[in-house]
Design a protein around this ligand. Structure first.
Ligand code: SF4
Length: 284
């Protein structure tokens, strides 16, 4: 754990769910015995994306919504690295939605952790793409509140082709273990974490989630290999919210499909046979 420390301390609001996710993430890295030099953490913009400042690894805090294309570039440059992309529901499901779908269908070996607080926290409380219908904010006022249908991240990941899909909560004692499973999966793993924003979301609180979540492994004969079943259970939201691993399967990864990466990583390949002026001429 000591090796994962940086000089920075979290600036999140007291009680923010990001603290639980941060603690679990460090624990997961310890469980996996990950050397910081093997690890690249790519985050976007938002409260949750600050997490990369607090963990000693290769790190990029990139543009809003561009987490996954940057993570893709990192993975293709050095596919030996463990690459984790992380950000909020606004970053991933709003600005980054197109990237999410294409990363899932390509099945890069990247873990994508979404801190889903159902609100834009950093910009002080606008409805996000995962806000429930009727959510009242300063920008979606009463009486109707939010009138846009929310995105169900688990369902979206299943439909886009992610090969490992799970949901947890920021207060889940099993969160570190589930994160470690996500990182160990070879392929695109998506972990939707329900995360209270204590400053701007006064509906989806710790208690609100605690009263509703149940574990998938309590369902008789639930089989994470069954995509149809996963899709059906993932549609549950409201009085009952399932958490756990919905789906896992094996599929060839994008990087394993590229003959250029078969023998060594891109960063290990010699540059002497590449003529930059020839490339520039081709693109002119
Ligand atoms: Fe956490 Fe919300 Fe504060 Fe951001 S605004 S740090 S999400 S409690």
């Amino acid at each position: 754990m000591e090796a994962l420390k940086t000089q920075f301390v979290p600036t999140w609001c007291a009680g923010c769910g990001n603290f639980g996710i941060f603690t679990a993430l460090k624990k997961a890295f310890s469980l996996l015995a990950l050397d910081p030099e093997q690890l690249a953490l790519v985050t976007g913009i938002g409260c949750s994306s600050k997490i990369s400042q607090y963990i000693n690894s290769y790190r990029i805090e990139t543009l809003h919504g561009r987490t996954l294309p940057v993570a893709t570039g990192v993975k293709l440059a050095n596919h030996q690295l463990t690459v984790i992309a992380e950000g909020g529901d606004g970053d991933g499901m709003g600005l980054g939605m197109g990237h999410f779908i294409h990363t899932a269908r390509r099945n890069l070996d990247i873990t994508y952790i979404i801190h889903n607080n159902q609100i834009y926290g950093l910009t002080k409380g606008q409805a996000s793409p995962t806000s429930d219908l009727g959510t009242v904010t300063k920008f979606t006022p009463a009486p109707q509140g939010n009138v846009e249908q929310p995105i169900n991240i688990v369902q979206m990941a299943l439909q886009a082709g992610a090969t490992w899909v799970a949901r947890s909560t920021a207060a889940d004692p099993q969160l570190a273990d589930i994160m470690a499973q996500a990182v160990k999966h070879k392929g695109f793993s998506v972990l939707d974490i329900l995360q209270p924003c204590v400053s701007f979301n006064h509906v989806n609180t710790y208690k609100w989630y605690q009263d509703r979540v149940y574990r998938l492994d309590t369902l008789p004969e639930y089989d994470p290999a069954d995509h149809d079943k996963a899709t059906s259970v993932a549609s549950q939201w409201g009085d009952k919210i399932p958490i756990g691993v919905f789906y896992r399967t094996e599929r060839r990864t994008f990087e394993d499909s590229l003959p250029q990466l078969a023998n060594r990583t891109l960063v290990e390949q010699p540059l002497e046979n590449i003529s930059v002026s020839l490339l520039m001429d081709e693109m002119a």
